[in-house]
Design a protein around this ligand. Structure first.
Ligand code: GRG
Length: 297
């Protein structure tokens, strides 16, 4: 592992993701200009890039070539941004602010927001399926399949459907966990797996990474629920207090604040334990778990 600090590494990798996205998105001048401009408006210059960071950290552990890893990181971020754009639309969460700026349907219009999400989703698969990106086509197909599963009705989109159907309901902790393992956890898990699959890894190590990824996927959501009640809109760059306002079940509404904090520490410890057998190579993933549990926005 390089000896730069975690915060320097994180800044470097966020910049790397930004440049890769900049190169991968169609130019705003390319027709249809309004759609391409809106895709760039919402994807570039914002967000923590947590999914690319996870892919980069897992890929470094398996010696993944950088071009392949950049494609995986961009594909993950494209799926994530598409989900945010659609989630913010009036037919879903109806929000006007995302990453500190007006949401796509507010800045442009609803039809454009719908198309931006659609186009980002297909761009993700365009990038990951590029001919010759992987030396081994079977490995590439596995990566594409992993992302498809994580994004669709058996992953993120399915979790969103459960979320929409849960408004006003008193979910059990187990039901809430199922929802979040799909809505948030599936793509975070795919981020770790895609990064690892971009390099060389044996199945037991991949399993260890998968356990880590499951824990941090849930951890991410528990922290998100805590921040929704404790942080302000300016810090979050999105509307704070939205879950309670929409009568959505959350970890905080079900467990309370202090037990949610305890759960976050337990999940961080689980994530850490999963990495034990991977040794020093997994240090950035350990640091990312720590970052996720202590993040302020
Ligand atoms: C519309 C198919 C579809 C899915 C939407 C991800 C999602 C599912 C909805 C977003 C709403 C939400 C609050 C989800 C839970 C946590 C989450 C994914 C927050 C946003 O992710 P961050 O914090 O955002 O990584 P940035 O802006 O930093 O990339």
């Amino acid at each position: 592992m390089s000896d730069i600090s975690f915060s320097d590494w994180m800044r470097q990798q966020q910049q790397r993701a930004e440049s890769a996205l900049e190169r991968s998105l169609p130019a705003a001048g390319l027709q249809p200009g309004r759609l391409h401009e809106a895709m760039r408006y919402t994807t570039l210059g914002g967000g923590k890039r947590v999914r690319p960071l996870l892919a980069y950290a897992a890929g470094a552990l398996t010696g993944a070539p950088s071009e392949r890893l950049d494609a995986a990181a961009c594909a993950l971020e494209c799926i994530h941004v598409y989900s945010l754009v659609h989630d913010d639309m009036p037919c879903m969460d109806d929000d006007a602010l995302r990453r500190g700026k007006p949401t796509v349907h507010v800045q442009y219009d609803e039809a454009t927001a719908l198309l931006v999400g659609d186009a980002l989703q297909t761009l993700a698969f365009d990038l990951l399926s590029a001919p010759g990106l992987f030396a081994d086509p079977a490995r590439q197909l596995r990566a594409v399949h992993t992302l498809a599963r994580a994004s669709g009705s058996r992953g993120m989109a399915g979790g969103q459907a459960i979320d929409l159907a849960s408004v006003g309901l008193a979910l059990t902790r187990e039901e809430l966990e199922v929802m979040h393992l799909h809505k948030t956890g599936a793509l975070i898990r795919a981020a770790v797996l895609l990064g690892a699959l971009a390099g060389e890894i044996d199945e037991p190590s991949l399993q260890a990474l998968d356990h880590y990824a499951r824990a941090i996927g849930l951890l991410f959501q528990v922290v998100d629920d805590i921040l929704d009640t404790t942080a302000d809109t300016a810090t979050l760059g999105k509307t704070a207090g939205k879950d309670a306002a929409h009568d959505k079940p959350t970890y905080v509404s079900i467990l309370g604040l202090s037990e949610s904090r305890l759960l976050a520490s337990e999940l961080a410890a689980q994530a850490e334990a999963s990495l034990q057998e991977l040794g020093e190579r997994a240090q950035r993933l350990r640091e990312l778990a720590h970052y996720i549990v202590s993040r302020q926005f």
